[in-house]
Write a protein that binds this ligand. Structure first.
Ligand code: UT7
Length: 329
């Protein structure tokens, strides 16, 4: 009997309208457009400005679009996993809020936090539910409202991040175009270089933590950069060789969008030509869990059924990984 495999049967994405450009940032911190472009590749990002709106409001339009595109009724969805680092609130899970806002009533749902690698971790987890045969329609969301935890007085972090997200539908595959392999890794040693100091159980929110601006992202950029280049490059190479592929067999490389220099280094190391790399960092910056689904959504028209696609990410924790799949749409 053929084992059940998972296929991506739909993709969608959503970003808020408001743009935050490099020249806008020049007015907030001591930086300039040339530095940001050359050091990161970013020109502008999107920001969810509306008061009272959170990550679920980024994910909800993406999930509604996904249901429409895949002709799925909300009641048919079995499971929704939301990868996010900026949940609407500590609890309940943002996944539950998304289900409520989209009319998904017969599914169970939960959040998964692996920082910028969260979407890949959630995609791999979701694929296992399909492969087990217990679940037939699983939605994976990757979304973040990074502007809610960014210090717009810190030039080292505020230039990188933006808000946005997307979603994919996973279903049992009808052919060989499936999610084939994933390598996922973590190393908690890296947590000191990228984290949020306060607002969790170790240091709950207080007047002092707010005054010390400890509810914002803390990043030692150069350290993160070094780890990212090394581990992202390695894991992409690993997933390619483990599946008996050569660089020329890879039709598309879809990397997390944290820094154009990290993306280029990983692609070069694996020998993947620039023309095969999906890049939208110049428009959206680093949307954390949103980057990969937003790339999938934007490149959907260019991907062909059966294309060999490698997804890869690196993020806080540290977390990193790569997934090899064949495009099923
Ligand atoms: O999403 C997953 C996790 N995150 C990442 O993967 C991000 C990884 N890190 C990076 O992308 C880069 O480290 C940054 C873009 C954050 C910073 O770039 P960098 O080339 O590593 O800069 P740096 O931190 O080593 O700083 C170099 C210089 C410093 O000045 P001095 O000390 O050499 O005089 C910084 O103060 O650049 C200065 N600098 C800036 N200058 C203008 C830092 N930020 C800015 C800025 N504008 N925005």
């Amino acid at each position: 009997m053929r084992s059940v495999k998972a296929a991506i049967t739909g993709v969608s994405g959503w970003v808020p309208e408001t743009k935050l450009t490099n020249s806008d940032l020049e007015k907030l911190v001591d930086t300039n457009d040339e530095w940001i472009r050359t050091r990161t590749g970013i020109i502008e990002r999107r920001i969810l400005k509306t008061a009272g709106k959170g990550t679920s409001d980024i994910a909800t339009p993406a999930v509604k679009e996904l249901l429409q595109k895949t002709n799925t009724l909300p009641g048919e969805v079995d499971l929704l996993i939301c990868a996010t680092t900026t949940p609407d609130m500590q609890f309940p899970a943002t996944a539950n809020v998304i289900c409520d806002k989209t009319g998904i009533k017969n599914a169970f749902s939960y959040d998964l936090n692996a920082a910028c690698s969260g979407f890949l971790f959630a995609l791999t987890t979701a694929a296992k539910f399909i492969e087990s045969g217990t679940h037939k329609k699983v939605i994976v969301v990757g979304a973040d409202k990074m502007s809610s935890i960014i210090d717009y007085q810190d030039r080292a972090t505020c230039i990188i991040f933006g808000d946005g997200g997307g979603a994919v539908m996973l279903e049992p595959a009808k052919d060989e175009n499936v999610i084939i392999d994933s390598i996922l890794e973590t190393n908690g040693v890296g947590r000191k270089f990228l984290h949020q100091k306060a607002g969790g159980s170790v240091k709950p929110a207080s007047l002092e933590t707010v005054e010390a601006r400890e509810h914002y992202v803390y990043q030692e950029g150069a350290q993160v950069f070094k780890w990212a280049v090394k581990n992202l490059s390695k894991v992409v190479q690993q997933v390619v060789t483990r599946n008996q592929l050569s660089a020329k067999d890879v039709d598309w490389f879809v990397p997390h969008q944290a820094n154009l220099r990290i993306i280029n280094a990983a692609a070069d190391f694996a020998g993947i030509g620039q023309e095969k790399v999906t890049i939208n960092i110049h428009k959206y910056g680093n949307t954390t869990n949103g980057t990969i689904p937003l790339c999938l959504m934007e490149w959907e028209e260019k991907f062909k059924k059966g294309d060999n696609i490698v997804l890869a990410a690196f993020g806080g924790g540290f977390t990193w990984g790569a997934t090899y799949l064949k495009w099923a749409l």
